[in-house]
Design a binder for this molecule. Structure first.
Ligand code: EPZ
Length: 417
């Protein structure tokens, strides 16, 4: 099994360019099948989640042409057939084919999606939305058949502003008859990026990026050219790394506004940074003080940065706390950090943890438990003394484009062995 081997303690300087957002592109690719012509998506990251979505498109007989940073999709000859369990389980975002195929054909058959094991991650809000649009759901074990005579616009209140449910309902509603309103919708930047894509094809979506989204159904969606927004979670991961071991390290081609909560917390701990229009530069690590983190839906502190931030907190003087409010099982990487010398305590309800610092980390053999947990161990390995070997690296390659190359270019001693 391939591992990532890191020789820690080397200062990083230069520029890290940010790629397109995983959590946008994994919705854009399924959404493209709603189009009745060819679409082109650019700034596409090279990550295995995109490979897995490509396999589903090929399975459905859609034509997909990939060049560096770009995909062209022609769903003209697509066949609406069951998405197999293997393909469905490869990633969480396979569930976006539920909204897209239902929106295009009024029918979809597939299995419960895959994804990181950071909680139960049910899809009840997605299904409730489809039912309110007029679909019937047949659930047999983890197999779903969702179909409708004709989808009709509806008023849908989400019990929780779920990212996935908001996007999936949007995909099903763009071609439904009449108007749909999604209330208490998620407002993450990726949702606005997907709505812009659909509107570029002729859809009528208003309010994406706010908690109320209005969709007026249309009959036809035409070709378009669309760009994926920069990945705020990738940018946040490198910004935390730069705060720990950067020497004039610049994170480039990002949208600082998308990381306001993280920037505020880093500044609170004592990080000094230079914020440009689409970049941030961190000069040198300072003496940081403990701070408390509470994950929330956007624009609150992103749960996807919680695990990487826990590494930062090991380098802050005093006792910091982390409250994870989105998922019920997202502290597994803390136990791996303990192998590197971190002093952590997880409360029984698994929603709160404390971290004592400042603690020098020491290289060790550790296991990536999920995508962002893997990224946290990689950051820990880069600041630790000695050598760190990380196992289960496929988790990391699912969501970080050219991570080894980008880090090597700024002076990291890191390789896949
Ligand atoms: C998206 O997941 C992201 N994944 C996640 O990123 C991210 O953590 C999450 O949004 C929150 O920001 C993708 O975009 C592919 P949710 P999603 O629906 O859509 C509960 C990463 O590391 N819930 O907003 O699955 C759910 O269990 C990944 O890149 C229900 O109860 O997130 C969770 O506790 C990890 N019923 C909470 O809501 C539902 O029907 C948030 O889920 C749906 C969700």
């Amino acid at each position: 099994m391939a591992k990532i081997r890191i020789e820690g303690g080397h200062k990083l300087s230069g520029t890290i360019p940010i790629s397109g957002a995983k959590n946008s592109v994994v919705a854009l690719i399924p959404a493209a099948i709603l189009c009745d012509e060819i679409v082109t998506i650019s700034n596409v990251p090279e990550i295995t989640d995109v490979d897995d979505l490509e396999n589903i498109l090929v399975h459905l007989n859609a034509k997909i042409t990939r060049t560096v940073g770009k995909v062209e999709i022609n769903a003209g000859d697509i066949i609406n057939k069951e998405i197999t369990e293997t393909l469905s389980k490869k990633l969480r975002a396979s569930y976006y084919f539920m909204g897209a195929l239902l929106g295009k054909f009024n029918k979809v058959e597939m299995y419960f999606p895959g994804g990181c094991s950071i909680g139960a991650r049910p899809i009840n809000l997605h299904l409730k939305g489809f039912e309110l649009l007029g679909a019937t759901i047949t659930e047999e074990g983890n197999h779903f058949t969702i179909e409708a005579e004709k989808l009709k616009g509806a008023h849908i209140y989400l019990d929780f502003p779920s990212v996935g449910a908001t996007i999936n309902i949007m995909l099903a509603a763009v071609k439904a008859k009449g108007k749909t309103v999604i209330d208490n919708a998620a407002a993450e930047p990726e949702i606005a990026n997907i709505a812009t894509f659909l509107n570029n094809m002729g859809a009528k979506i208003k309010g994406a990026g706010t908690s109320t989204i209005t969709i007026t159904g249309v009959k036809y969606l035409h070709s378009c050219f669309h760009e994926v927004i920069p990945d705020r979670i990738e940018a946040g991961t490198y910004l935390i790394l730069a705060s720990l071991i950067g020497d004039n390290l610049k994170i480039d081609n990002m949208i600082p506004h998308h990381l306001e909560a993280l920037i505020a917390k880093l500044k609170e701990a004592g990080v000094e940074m230079e914020i440009g229009l689409d970049n941030i530069t961190v000069s040198s690590p300072g003496n940081y003080k403990a701070t408390d983190i509470k994950t929330l839906v956007y624009p609150g502190f992103a749960t996807d940065l919680q695990q990487v931030m826990s590494v930062f907190l090991t380098q802050c003087k005093g006792r910091s706390s982390i409250e994870e409010t989105i998922y019920e099982n997202r502290f597994n990487s803390l136990y791996e950090l303990e192998k590197m010398g971190a002093i952590v305590k997880v409360r029984n309800d698994n929603h709160k943890a404390t971290i004592k610092g400042k603690t020098p980390l020491v290289g060790a053999d550790v296991n990536a438990t999920d995508l962002r947990g893997g990224a946290a161990l990689l950051v820990a390995g880069l600041i630790a003394s000695g050598v760190t070997n990380i196992d289960n690296i496929s988790y990391i390659l699912r969501g970080y484009d050219h991570i080894i190359e980008k880090l090597t270019n700024v002076g990291a001693k890191i390789e896949i062995i």
